[in-house]
Write a protein that binds this ligand. Sequence first.
Ligand SMILES: [Zn+2]
Ligand SMILES: [Zn+2]
Length: 285
Amino acid sequence: MKFTFRGVRGSIPVAGSHTARYGGNSSCVEIRANEGPPLILDCGTGVRASGMEFLRDRVQHVEVLFTHFHMDHLFGFPFFGPLYSPSSSINVRVPAASGIDAQNKLSRYLNGIYHPLRLRDIPADLSFEGLDLDQEFEVGPYKIKTIALNHPGGSCGYRVDADGSSVLYLTDTAPMTTPDEGITANKKPPELERKLLEAMTEADAVIMDTMFSFDEYLERMTWGHAYPEYAVKLCELMGAKSLYLFHHAPDASDDSLDELGAYWAEYDELPVFLARENDTIDLSK
Ligand SMILES: [Zn+2]
Ligand SMILES: [Zn+2]
């Protein structure tokens, strides 16, 4: 199994010379197993690049999973090329009570006001499924588990297993507790943190929202974003093999991300990398 970062930015896409190296597109990760359809995790502006590639390669079927519908994870959806191809089929899964509920949520954006395209006019064969938190299901070669995250309005993390390897996509989320509780205080984790830890067991790669530094987190604890030390602690407790810091702040310049990367490159206990747009990680190697 391989995954490619198509958009690594949080909150808003940021174009400009100061984000040229890590990329300015907002959240989107593309997963490809050896066989079966590609999986798209979130449709931030980065999904446009996946769409162009899928059209070029004549990919017929795509599976899309959303963590939540904040705009930085949704804005690219109507710019996903296969939507405009009548021969494409796209199945969209969203944390929602039902497929109809999932469809209704998306049609509030694609209703002709915020974008000229209306959901009902999409030429591709589009289907919807609602997801529960803490649910396990299979799609082609992928075994997928949903995980409740800690974010205003809710967010759904995913563990994806295929071809004997595993990757977790954990965005957007604050730590599950304040720093004086749970694993950050070396205390017993509450239920949500315990479930998150369990899902991370021996993962090959963890992609996690670390938009804040610890000090920024202390100032904005209710904003729903985490910091690198928390992600590192989760990974170490559960034997995860690598961590990718993700959902970079709009103000994080390439130079400041280089500094963050250099700091964590010195860390011996766990390989910690920065997510960078268009980097592909091959977990079979
Ligand atoms: Zn976000
Ligand atoms: Zn969000």
